[in-house]
Design a protein around this ligand. Structure first.
Ligand code: HEC
Ligand code: HEC
Ligand code: HEC
Ligand code: HEC
Length: 121
C-alpha cells in the first residue's frame, strides 16, 4: 500500500468517527428537516429546525409533548383524525403548518410569509 493511500484511509476513518460523534450529540434536535408529505402538490419545505429550537421552547411547536423527553412527528396525529387540523388541506387558516409557521413569521415580521419562500422549487 502506498503512503498516500494509507494517509487517505486514516483520514477517512477519522472523518466517519467524527461524523458519528456529531450525529449522536445532536440526535435530539434534528438540524434541518425537509417536510415533504405534500410534495406532489407543492415543493418540499426545508425547515431550519435547530435554529428555531434554539430561539423557542420546544413546546411552542411540539405542543402535545410538554414535559416529555420524546418529541413526536406532527403527522402521528395531524391528518389522522377529523378533529385535528389537517395538513393535507390548502388553507392559510386550517393547515397546521400554515397556522403555526406562517402566523409566527407574520407576527414577528421575520421569517418567510410568501408561498415560494417556504415552498422553494
Ligand atoms: C412559513 C412557511 C410556509 C408558507 C409561507 C407557506 N407554506 Fe404551504 N406549507 C408549509 C408546510 C411546512 C407545509 C407542509 C408540507 C408538506 O407536508 O409537504 C405546507 C403545505 C402546503 C400545501 C399542501 C397541503 C395540501 O393542500 O395538501 C399546499 C398546497 C401549500 N402549502 C400551499 C401554500 C401556498 C399557496 C402558500 C402561499 C399562500 C403557502 N403554502 C405558504 C409551509 C408554508
Ligand atoms: C418552530 C417549531 C419547532 C420547535 C421550536 C422545535 N421543533 Fe422539533 N420539529 C418541528 C417540526 C415541524 C418537526 C417535523 C415533524 C414532522 O416531520 O412531523 C420537528 C421534528 C422534531 C423531531 C423528529 C420527530 C420525528 O420523529 O419525526 C425531534 C426529535 C424534535 N423535533 C425535537 C425537538 C426538540 C428537542 C426541540 C426543543 C429543543 C424542538 N424540536 C423544537 C418543529 C419544531
Ligand atoms: C399527540 C398528537 C399531536 C401531535 C404529535 C401534534 N399535534 Fe398539533 N394538534 C393536536 C390536536 C388534538 C389538536 C387540536 C387542538 C388541541 O387539542 O390542541 C392540534 C392542533 C394543532 C394546531 C392548531 C392550533 C390552533 O390554534 O388552532 C396547530 C397549529 C398544530 N396542532 C400544529 C402541530 C405541529 C406543527 C406539530 C408537530 C411539531 C403537532 N401539532 C403535533 C394533536 C397533535
Ligand atoms: C414562534 C415563531 C416561529 C415559528 C412557530 C416558526 N418560525 Fe420560522 N422563523 C421565525 C423567525 C423569528 C425567523 C427569522 C430568524 C432569523 O432569520 O434569524 C424564522 C425564519 C424561518 C426561515 C428562514 C431561515 C433563513 O435562514 O432564512 C424558514 C425557512 C422558516 N423560518 C421556516 C419555518 C417553518 C417551516 C416553520 C413551521 C414548521 C416555522 N418556520 C415556524 C419564527 C418562527
Amino acid at each position: 500500500m502506498t503512503r498516500k493511500l494509507t494517509i487517505f484511509l486514516i483520514a477517512a476513518v477519522m472523518a466517519v468517527a467524527f461524523m458519528g460523534a456529531v450525529a449522536i450529540s445532536f440526535a435530539d434536535v434534528p438540524e434541518t428537516i425537509t417536510i415533504d408529505k405534500a410534495q406532489n402538490k407543492k415543493p418540499p419545505v426545508v425547515f431550519p429546525h435547530a435554529a428555531h429550537a434554539k430561539d423557542n421552547d420546544c413546546t411552542v411547536c411540539h405542543h402535545k409533548d410538554e414535559g416529555k423527553e420524546e418529541k413526536r412527528s406532527c403527522f402521528e396525529c395531524h391528518g389522522k383524525d377529523e378533529n385535528i387540523p389537517d395538513p393535507s388541506v390548502m388553507s392559510a387558516k386550517e393547515n397546521p403548518f400554515h397556522i403555526l409557521c406562517r402566523e409566527c413569521h407574520k407576527e414577528k415580521g421575520q421569517g418567510p410569509t410568501k408561498c415560494n419562500e417556504c415552498h422553494k422549487e
